[in-house]
Structures are given as C-alpha cells and as structure tokens.
Design a protein around this ligand. Sequence first.
Ligand code: GLN
Ligand code: ZN
Length: 755
Amino acid sequence: MSKNYITGFPRIGEQRELKKVLEKFWAKETDFSEVEYIAAQLKARHWNYQKEAGIDFISSNDFSLYDNMLDTAIMLGAIPARFKGLENEELYFSMARGNKDAVAMEMTKWFNTNYHYIVPELGQTDSYALNSTKITEEYREAKALGITTKVNLIGPITFLGLSKRTDRGDTYELFSKILPLYEQLIKEIGSLDDHVTVQIDEPIFVKDIEPKVLSLIKPCYDTICNAADNVNIIVSTYFEHATEATKVLVHTPVWGIGLDFLYGGKNFESLEAIAKSGKKLIAGIVDGRNIWKNDIEATVALLEKIAQSIEKENIIVSTSSSLLHTPFTLKYEEKMDEEVRNWLSYAVEKLDELNLINKLFSGEKLSNTEKNALDANRSANESRRSSKRIHDKAVQERLSTFSRFEREGTYEERIAIQHDVLQYKPLATTTIGSFPQTAEVRKARRNFKNGTIDEKAYTKTMQEYIDECVAFQEECGIEILVHGEPERNDMVEYFGEQLKGYGFSQNGWVQSYGSRCVKPPFIYGDISRPKAMTVEWISYAQSRTKKIMKGMLTGPVTILNWSFVRDDLPRSEVSKQIALAIHDEVNDLQNAAIKIIQVDEAAFKEGYPLRSQNIPEYENWAVRDFRVAVSSARKETQIHTHMCYSEFNDIIRTIEAMDADVISIETARSGNELLKIFAEVGYKQEVGPGVYDIHSPRIPSVEEIVEQIKKLLKVLPKEQLWINPDCGLKTRKWEEVKPSLENMVKAVQIVREEL
Ligand code: GLN
Ligand code: ZN
C-alpha cells in the first residue's frame, strides 16, 4: 500500500490567529508568552487536521513565527552584525522588521509565488554555529501529541542560493562552512528518535541550474545522508521540473526525491532513473498553489502513468508543494455562491482529497463515506466542465474572431499627433494614480459594501475626495492629473469585482510575508465586462478640471498574476479574455474624452517563468495581451503603463515591444542606474522614472529632487522624460504627499529654468 504526504501546511491560522497575536505583541499589547501559546495551539490543530485525514507524512518545522528562511538563518547563526547583542524574540523580530537602531533585512519573493522570504546576509569572514532548538522542540511537541513527524528543512544549496553576500561575493563560497552544520544537525535529529525522516527543500533545483551549483549536489547529499544511519533523507523540489538535479540525486544515498508533476511535467523524464535507483518518489499531484478541487479520477490516472515506470510501493502520493500558498478551509466561506464553492478546495479539503487518491491508487476498499466523497468529486468536476457560468459562448466566439491585436499607427506617428493634441512640456509632471486612502474613504467603501450607506451617499464621499484631489493637483501645479483612485481598495480586486467570471472569498487568506496576508480573487470562468468599470469616476474627475485627466486601469497580466487562475484553460487564454475586457474599457474612456490612459502592469515581471526556456512563450503572450488591451486606443490617445521595481536589463526589449507611449517605473532607490539600460538599447518611447521613493514617510527636499532629475538627464534627453513619484501614493498620508509633490513640481521648475 502506498503512503500519502504533505509537503508543508500553512501556519497563519484559519482565523489568522498568528497574525493577530503577532501584531498585538509588536504593538506591546501582549507579551511573548501569548504568542508562544497561540503558536502551540496552531501547530497542534494543524497536526491534528492532517492526522485525522489519514496523512502518513506530516511535517514539523514547517511552522514559523515569521519566515522559514529567517529561521534557517538563525539556525545557522547567520546574524548580521547590526543585530549582535540581541537575543531570542527580540533578535528574531528585529531581523525581520528592523528596530530603532537597525534596518530590517531585505525581503523578496519566494520563487514565482506571492510569498516573500527574508534574504539572509552572509559575510565571507563570518563564523557560523548550529542552533537546532526550534527543530528539536517542534519534533518533541508533535511527538508528545502522539504524532511522529518528518522534519522539514530548507536545504543548504537553496539557502545559499537565495542568500546575499554583504561584500557582493558568491554565496556558494560559503558551502564548506555551512555543510558541516547540516551534518551536525542531521546527527542531532537522528538522536531524537529510533528513526526519523527529514525533508530537505531544494526548490532552487527547479531553476536553470549552473554547472557550479550542480556539482555541489553530490558532495552535499553524500555528506548529509551519511551523517546518521537512522535518518531517511528526502530532497523535495517544487514549482517546476528538477531533471538535472534528479540525475545527480539518484546517485546519492537519499531515500526519496520529491517532484512536482503539476508544474513540472518534464519530471516524467526522470522516472526511469528513479526507478532504477530504487528510491522513493514523492509524487506531487495535488495542487499546493491553487484552490480548485482536484479531479480525483484524472489524478489517479496520472499516478498510474507514473506507476508504469516506478513500483507502486515506491510511490508516495503528495501535494505539489507546501500548502502554504493556499487558504486554510472552506468552512468559513458562508457567503460564497454554492455552485462556485463546490468547485473549490483549500488546504484542509486537500488533505481528504489526497487520502482518497491514495486509497484508490493503492486499490484499497473505500468506506461508504469515501464512496460518497468520490461521487461528489466526480459531479463537482462534471459541473465545472459544463457549467454555463464557466463557459460563456459569447466570450469564446468573440475571442476566436478577434483580430485587432495592434494599435493604429507607428509610435513615431502617434507621438507626433499626441504632442500636437496634448501640448505638454518636456519633463511633464504626473503621478502614478492613487492618492492617500483616508480613513473616511475606507469607511465609506466598507459601509457601501455592507449596505449601511446608499449609493448616493457613497458617490458623494468619493466625489468630494476627487474634488479635493483635483484641487490639490491644480494648486500644486502638476500637469497631468489623476482622480486618486478612492473607489479602489485594490488595483486587481476593483476590476475583478466588476468582471464576470471572477469570484471572491470571505476568508481565503494566504500569507504574503510575516503577518501580512492577501486574499486573491479567483478567476473561475470566461471573463467578460458587463459594463464600463471606470468611466463614470474618471469623467467626473475630468469635469472638475480643464487640465488633462489621466484614466487609470490595471493591465491583463497584472490582473492575472494577482489572482488564483482557473486550471482548465491555459493562462495565456485567460489573459487574452481579460485583455479584451480592458480593450473595451480603453475605448469607452477615450470616447468619454479621456485623452491619456494608463494601463498598469505592476506585476508583469512577477509572472516570469522559473525556467528560461519558457520565457519567450510568456513574453509572447504577455506582450500580445497588453497590446490587445490598448489596441482600441486611437493614435491621439496616449497610452501609459507603469511597472514597479524591476531589473529591466533582461526585459528591456520586451518592455519596448509593449509599445506604450509612456512608461513610468520605480527607480528612485537606484538613482539613475535602472534607467541606463533604456539609453543603452536606444529605447525610443517616453519614460517617467520615479524621482522619489514612496515606501518611506520621508519628504524629499527640492534640492534632492533637482539632483535626481539631473542624474536622469545624464541618461535620457528631456524630451523623452516625464517626472513622477515612484509608485501610487495610497499607503502614504496627505501630510507627506502634499509637500513631497510640491517639492517635485518646484524641482522641475528649477531644472527647466536651467535648461
Ligand atoms: N495605479 C496604481 C496606484 O497608483 C499603481 C500601483 C502600483 O504602483 N503598484 O495605486
Ligand atoms: Zn508601482
């Protein structure tokens, strides 16, 4: 009989208990023992969920008070010098969040997910020492509850690969310092019990792997596996295929290899080699990153296909990755439409799916409850295949006959006409869209949603905000205005709520970083736009000024990348459907006399595939769909786009191919560094590099902005430059925004006079 396996479980708590207690602790409203108490309760609850669902391999050390990479840094004694002298929780949370004397460690995205980890900082001369307390304590904690866990660790190669060197050197040079600590750790784990299983996560193996890194795998896992006789080592990978690393791992003493068969189809090529090695295959087949009900019979068929190469008893049935990237449980989704809810599975529901799949695959007899569950699964999937709410003939027909992929006119033709019509000066000033979201605005949105105020009252509050926002921009002397986005809680959700084919959860929280959670909307069906989404607000704003009001939309790729996306259609198709809806919105805006329209693609870079081989295809449809979205714009309608902090070097040609007339980018922290590539490649469209950082409450001085603009002018000519802040201003306060923008406008005046 085969066994089942959970790579990892979410930890924030189904009612976000961990978030709440952490924030209370940080606000000094409770002490650390309360945090520990809640953490212990959550761990116990999560272990029990898995035990009750009949899961064989349940993890310890998948829990964390903030982040597992941070835990690993602590475990290895990789403490940056600025935190020396601190201890325990004070040290831990200072590293994560900074304190009055020391800035926090950097945070970045975990592969292509929306989870962010703390980036460890390593120095060549630092010394490291093992601290295995968290790991051994959690193992014992579970054991005391009658649960024997596998121990989850982040592997040394991934740890080094994701860390940074304070002296900019190569982190892998520290391999020989770190490996002995892992060896010692495995010995300590071995002493915890007669027999222990350890899951070592090496997701870095799914990226393009350099020969240098590949050559570390064998010495690494020979050493680790030989550290203790009673420890079984599993190397776990996810999010893509790991064929290169697998070829090496089969020649090491690892006990098992975890591969993702949902996001790494190429892993099928590794089956023969694994079969020959006699190792266990942890087969990732229940989606750890999405919310759809598994198609159980299709999954069992997939496993049977694997079983043509590998003996069933060597196959362990698993989630494709940790369930960290899915919400907890459908239990609290009381308001969701029954039909839609029936298509979903969150982490807790996935446990039962896994158990059922495993039983069917092993040929075990099902209980009556299980038989019913299987029937229910079959009919839920049948309903997804046929429901009219998902399959919209009109959308499909329009998509198949749609042929307008390009705007009229070349960039050169368009920009000449636009300058004629719009008459803006070099170094034209604008902002990225949102203005401070005041308590009043948030309250009005909330009250309108729950019915406490009517549409009239709501509209009035929003219009008053827009009035003030417009008045401020006029007084301040900004040239191209925005309405301020008071009606939007989020740049994706706002559009999702108005598009058909989108669903929303009440409690579908997923950890983003630390105590921060996001609740992504989900695309379940064909997307269409029942009516205009932004025209009324933007037209109202335009009616309040003689200046040009810029219309504000979110682009198809960003909408896609910040949602859970249906898995019954390629992402590129879903993206095209969204693009059509935006295309119509652009058209409606220009017909309402809006002359400049910004289509934000803040998450364009985030959607990049992990393997370079897949990049051209992504770029192809991502660019196509941006162009589709703006293809309704007439020559004289100026299209802007906006992207947040990115390295543009690798993607500059792609950005250029999007062919927006103007792109604004977040660059202030880099000075003019990020802009240089635009000049190097002879980028021709106009660019608005951010002149100040909006993530900090600091007010930039006129002089400082003048300096920044001068730096920019060293790279690109004034005719090609716009002046704006880095990003939207919604997280800032008016007291910060007003003087900052006033200084920005003054700085532009000074520079213009000098030119
Ligand atoms: N238009 C959006 C805003 O200003 C853009 C957000 C962003 O920069 N990511 O809020
Ligand atoms: Zn931005």
